[in-house]
Design a protein around this ligand. Structure first.
Ligand code: PLP
Length: 257
């Protein structure tokens, strides 16, 4: 059994964040562990309140796990503040964590800030050099590189720029573009494209969290980066295809179907 850790925020309605990550880890046959960075009060219609954890508590959770348990992969999601980011960076470096998937979560689909805007620079500077792979969507990639992305060539340019900030691999996700969802991977040498048919549904809460967690689970299981991304792409496609409404707003993806 491989052990996968998520360092992320709690989503009370269970569709995104820590809850989506743990469901994904289980569905992909791995053992899930969690370090909570922030607690959000939210439902399918939006985020009502966010409370960050004390950075000391974030450090204590990470240290407890690494001092006792082998961690085969780590996914980092909502990190909220510069202080929490610095803490996570120090802890992951000290414990020589491997297979680190950084999902640079910034704003929810319901337009709530999940990262303090002033902490973006710290996220890039501290966590990207530790990353085995960074998984920005187009709005996140635009903030990171400071430009507009409208074409596949723009996505490739952004992937190179983000790679140059220290990540070993970068996958820019094309879900926000029109047409089929094409993701672009850059590993420092070449580009690879991953295409998925678009599913017509509004129940897409937590898709980014689920995708990055699936990559982490597959890396923990020993797959190559390309295999892990191909597997994660298939997994998220099925999870969206089987998504369902649970409330008045944006429903979750489905991990068990
Ligand atoms: N809540 C938490 C705790 C998250 O980590 C995320 C995304 O990473 C979201 C909400 C946003 O989910 P979505 O934008 O898919 O609705």
């Amino acid at each position: 059994m491989k052990h996968v850790l998520t360092v992320a925020g709690s989503d009370s309605c269970g569709g995104a964040g820590i809850q989506a990550d743990l469901k994904t880890f289980s569905a992909l046959g791995t053992y899930g562990m969690s370090v909570i960075t922030a607690v959000t009060a939210q439902n399918t219609t939006g985020v009502v309140m966010v409370r960050e954890m004390d950075p000391e508590m974030v450090a204590a959770q990470i240290n407890c796990i690494f001092e006792d348990i082998k961690v085969h992969a780590v996914k980092v999601g909502m990190v909220s503040s510069a202080e929490i980011i610095t803490t996570i960076g120090n802890c992951l470096a000290r414990h020589r964590a491997v297979n680190i998937v950084i999902d640079p979560v910034m704003v929810s689909k319901s337009r709530c800030n999940l990262l303090r805007p002033e902490a973006c620079e710290t996220l890039v500077k501290v966590l990207f050099p530790l990353a085995t792979v960074v998984t920005p969507n187009i709005p996140e990639a635009e903030v990171i590189v400071g430009g507009t992305i409208t074409t596949l060539e723009d996505m490739k340019g952004a992937a190179v720029e983000i790679y140059n900030k220290g990540a070993k691999n970068v996958i820019v996700k094309g879900g926000h573009m029109e047409g089929p969802a094409i993701d672009v991977l850059y590993d420092g040498k070449q580009f690879l494209q991953f295409s998925g048919e678009r599913v017509a549904t509004t129940n897409t809460h937590g898709t980014g969290c689920t995708f990055s967690s699936a990559i982490a689970a597959y890396l923990a299981r020993g797959l190559t980066m390309t295999e892990a991304i191909e597997g994660a792409k298939k997994y998220i496609h099925r999870a969206i295809a089987h998504s369902f409404p649970i409330g008045r707003g944006v429903g979750p993806t489905n991990h068990f179907h």
